[in-house]
Design a binder for this molecule. Sequence first.
Ligand SMILES: Nc1ncnc2c1ncn2[C@@H]1O[C@H](COP(=O)(O)OP(=O)(O)OP(=O)(O)O)[C@@H](O)[C@H]1O
Ligand SMILES: [Mg+2]
Length: 239
Amino acid sequence: MPTPPLFIADLVVERGDKRIVDGLSLSLAPGEIYALLGGNGAGKSTTLFAILGFLERQGGSLTVGGVDVAANPDAVRRQVAYLPENVALYDHLTARENVDYFLKVAGCPRSRADVDAGFEGVGLAAAAWDERAARFSKGMRQKTAIALALLRETPLMLLDEPTSGLDPAAAGDFHRLLETLGRRGVAVLMVTHDLLGAADTADRIGLIQAGRIAREWTASPTVPRFDLNALHSGFASAR
Ligand SMILES: Nc1ncnc2c1ncn2[C@@H]1O[C@H](COP(=O)(O)OP(=O)(O)OP(=O)(O)O)[C@@H](O)[C@H]1O
Ligand SMILES: [Mg+2]
């Protein structure tokens, strides 16, 4: 068995005196797109923080490409591109300067042509590429951050509500981009509240409840990929 890009078994994460993640298990194969859904405060972002080693775990196993994040967080972070829930850009820098800066910090500088292609791929209007981020709308910030994450070219991507702030056309473009990544072998764990978007793109959809994956659905090889009624009632019953 090749080493999975992400392996999580019986993960426990506490914040303060609260057990937020409680026995969560989830593994991704190369090229797999997994959509993680669940109510506000269910522990989705907390799970991503634990994968990145920003939060310690109190139990379970967690490896990225076979590396334990508790033992070697830097090695893990080199393999992971992360799109945070609240995108932070430097307002006094342009989109290009932001991306160049963060890529340099991550140790993977890219050529001007690559960055142009990245912006193009996420549908950031060319007029914005060399404009200061201070003037950016939420969606423009999101597109800049998505381009940055894609330009890292890591084997694993963690995306926290990537389509929040994107207009419907941009969200559609984003989902097509994800499929391209999947075909290239990149594993994607995407936190989202967009059930339809998840059903459109994901290979698996998991519902997090009481700190673990309470329900999981796998895409069928034939259309429709997911039974939307079953998904809706699964989510409704979880409330
Ligand atoms: N800094 C913190 N200290 C203590 N508890 C926290 C902290 N941040 C978040 N929590 C708690 O952790 C729980 C899970 O939060 P988390 O941000 O993981 O939820 P989420 O599933 O990402 O929700 P949302 O859909 O709203 O983004 C919540 O109960 C929240 O109150
Ligand atoms: Mg969250």
